[in-house]
Design a binder for this molecule. Structure first.
Ligand code: ADP
Length: 359
């Protein structure tokens, strides 16, 4: 039956009927109790009163009118209360349908402080998270498309020029092609790593680690490249550093990234220093270089995905702007923090990582 189905699907009707049921049951209980008690106590009093004063005029009519007014008030109150409960739920239903259609900016008004109001607040928080995630997804696709466009255009350009006979397929041209293809390969590898760390899919195997040992191992691996470029690499570790609780492979990855950047952005003849110091409850690792430095307006953004201070310079040197984003994720996954400092262009940069000590 249609009306049964309509009734089942309407919370408002259910609430209203339940209130009405309460009114009816209350009236029946009142009436039957009065019936049972009246013949004894009340009737005795009434008959004594009526014997003394005579029949009160319109007594039964007044009683009937009062009962009608009480019933009407109960119905109106039920309608009001039902509306107050159902209206916010209906609003949430409408808004969730719009969000499901992709309109992530929709919010519900939180009009009360009770459970329904709290539900509306949580609902809005969920909508905000969805909106942010959707924005990140769109930005990522736009960024990736942008990053792929340049090397791909370059590769196609070279190949077309070779096909047209404008450039001979000589080693130099092939080397350029190879460089662009390698850049794409690096970008794809970086993206894969980024998506894994952003999704928290990089498993951490933390144990008690002597930071000094990890730093020395990372420096030893990169030292040949520093020597080749003529950059002095030093480690200055304070004595008696407490061990940290960390995954040594991931911390090595962080250091390799920071040292790799220092190497890349410091001209020959410069110096790179790694200082290790105890900070209260943590160990600080500062990687300083005497290189290009970072202008103050760029400092807050260097950890953002695909952010490069000098886009053309970084691209020509193969930088994807993802390395520091991965660094930040890895450090934060260890409960630590990372920040960048620089006195400005040409004055070198310092990247400071803090990692909590093992308790
Ligand atoms: P990239 O692969 O481009 O180096 P990163 O995420 O590692 O990407 O770094 C982001 C940007 O931060 C770099 O493009 C560069 O402009 C700047 N940067 C990072 N490290 C240094 C540094 N040691 N000195 C100067 N600039 C740096």
């Amino acid at each position: 039956m249609n009306w049964v189905r309509a009734f089942r699907g309407r919370l408002g009707w259910k609430l209203f009927t339940s209130y009405l049921l309460i009114v009816v049951v209350g009236s029946v209980v009142l009436w039957s109790t009065a019936q049972m008690v009246a013949p004894t106590a009340f009737a005795r009093h009434l008959s004594t009163m009526m014997q003394a004063m005579g029949q009160p005029p319109g007594m039964m009519a007044a009683l009937a009118f009062a009962a009608g007014a009480a019933f009407l008030t109960a119905v109106l109150m039920s309608l009001f209360v039902t509306r107050r409960i159902v209206a916010p739920i209906q609003a949430m239903r409408r808004v969730s349908a719009r969000i499901a259609d992709g309109r992530y900016g929709e919010r519900v008004p939180a009009t009360s402080e009770d459970e329904l109001g709290q539900l509306a607040v949580q609902f809005n928080r969920m909508a905000e998270t969805l909106e942010r995630t959707e924005q990140m997804r769109r930005d990522l696709i736009a960024d990736v498309a942008h990053e792929l466009r340049t090397p791909l255009a370059s590769i196609t350009g070279y190949i077309e020029a070779m096909l047209d006979g404008v450039i001979a397929p000589e080693p130099e041209a092939l080397l350029r092609l190879h460089r662009e293809a390698k850049r794409l390969q690096r970008l794809v590898a970086d993206l894969q790593e980024l998506s894994r760390v952003e999704a928290g899919q990089v498993p951490l195997h933390p144990r008690r680690v002597e930071v000094r040992e990890v730093v020395e191992a990372a420096a030893a691996r990169l030292r040949p490249q520093f020597d080749e470029k003529g950059i002095d690499l030093r480690i200055d570790a304070a004595p008696g550093l407490p061990p940290i609780l960390a995954d040594p492979d991931r911390i090595a990855q962080v250091l390799t990234n920071l040292l790799g950047n220092a190497l890349q952005y410091t001209p020959p003849g410069g110096r790179v220093e790694v200082r290790l110091r105890p900070l209260n409850g943590a160990v600080g690792i500062a990687v300083s270089d005497t290189g290009l430095g970072i202008p103050p307006e760029h400092l807050p953004h260097v950890f953002d995905r695909f952010y490069r201070v000098d886009r053309s310079r970084a691209r020509s040197s193969g930088g994807s702007g993802i390395g520091l984003t991965i660094v930040r994720h890895l450090v934060e996954a260890h409960g630590g923090s990372v920040r960048a400092e620089s006195a400005g262009p040409g004055k070198g940069s310092t990247f400071i990582v803090t990692l909590p000590v093992a308790s």
